[in-house]
Design a protein around this ligand. Structure first.
Ligand SMILES: [Zn+2]
Ligand SMILES: [Zn+2]
Length: 267
């Protein structure tokens, strides 16, 4: 997997070179460089998407999407940021380990689309996404159903159970192990289906943006996306809408609950 090692080394130089003096990161082993790059990247996605989105919905569009009393306090946002910050070094470890496995050729990841063919590429991508939808749904559901897992891991994320305490910054406010477990389907999928390396990285980055978005409590009504309207219900009933990008798995396994206007008003 020469190609992928060249590619990841390039990403490391690109990100680390932009944020740190060379003498700090250059002597580090490749694995640590990758971890540091993932850590910086994860923070960038978290803060840039979080701040921009908060600025837009709470300031520029004040009273348009959310009534005034539904705007979370600065204190609750800072609390979410502090939970996320404690977990971030650990989250960054997961893509670092998965890249290590990819670089060593242990997974079915490929470097160039020409390594397969366009139709195969698209078909693999669909299968990959189905595995991730299925995996994240069940991982999340088990984090609720297996009581010790809920009590010691997932409950950390569920202290935000009212609309005016949820904010985009809750998106990564998990116990570190909880966050990692919910991302594990992305790694499992690497062993089951060939996926383009860049697409795998892109999808991981999208998780960061998506998870911020589904905690803003704004019901976008974009079928079949499992947006914030659905996820807010998850935070209030704990028994519905475990799903990920789409409502598909909840619909299939009988846990789907559509947000009604009444629901959104009540919260
Ligand atoms: Zn949950
Ligand atoms: Zn949540």
């Amino acid at each position: 997997m020469e190609d992928i090692l060249t590619e990841t080394s390039f990403y490391n130089r690109l990100v680390l070179g932009a944020f740190l003096p060379n003498r700090v990161w250059d002597p580090l082993p490749h694995f640590l460089q990758t971890w540091l790059r993932n850590y910086i990247g994860a923070n960038l996605i978290y803060f840039v998407s979080g701040f921009l989105w908060c600025f837009y919905i709470y300031y520029l569009k004040r009273n348009v999407y959310l009534p005034k009393d539904a705007i979370p306090s600065t204190k609750s946002m800072l609390l979410q940021i502090s939970v996320a910050m404690k977990a971030m070094p650990w989250y960054s470890l997961l893509p670092t380990v998965s890249e290590y496995m990819i670089e060593n050729g242990w997974t079915r990841c490929f470097a160039r689309i020409s390594d397969v063919s366009w139709p195969a590429y698209l078909m693999y991508l669909i299968v990959y996404l189905v595995i991730v939808e299925f995996g994240i749904y069940w991982m999340h559901r088990e984090l609720h159903d297996i009581k010790p897992l809920y009590k010691y891991l997932h409950a950390t994320h569920h202290i935000y159970n009212k609309q005016n305490t949820l904010s985009p910054f809750a998106g990564l406010a998990f116990h570190p192990l909880d966050g990692i477990l919910q991302a594990v389907p992305h790694v499992i999928a690497l062993f089951l289906v060939p996926i383009h390396f860049k697409m795998h990285i892109l999808l991981i980055c999208m998780e960061g943006i998506w998870t911020a978005n589904i905690h803003d409590c704004i019901d976008a009504k974009l079928w079949p996306a499992m947006g914030a309207g659905y996820h807010t219900i998850h935070h209030t009933t704990y028994r519905h809408n475990y799903g990920h990008f789409t409502i598909w798995m909840d619909w299939m396994f009988g846990t789907l609950r559509h947000p009604t206007d009444d629901d959104m008003k009540k919260m």
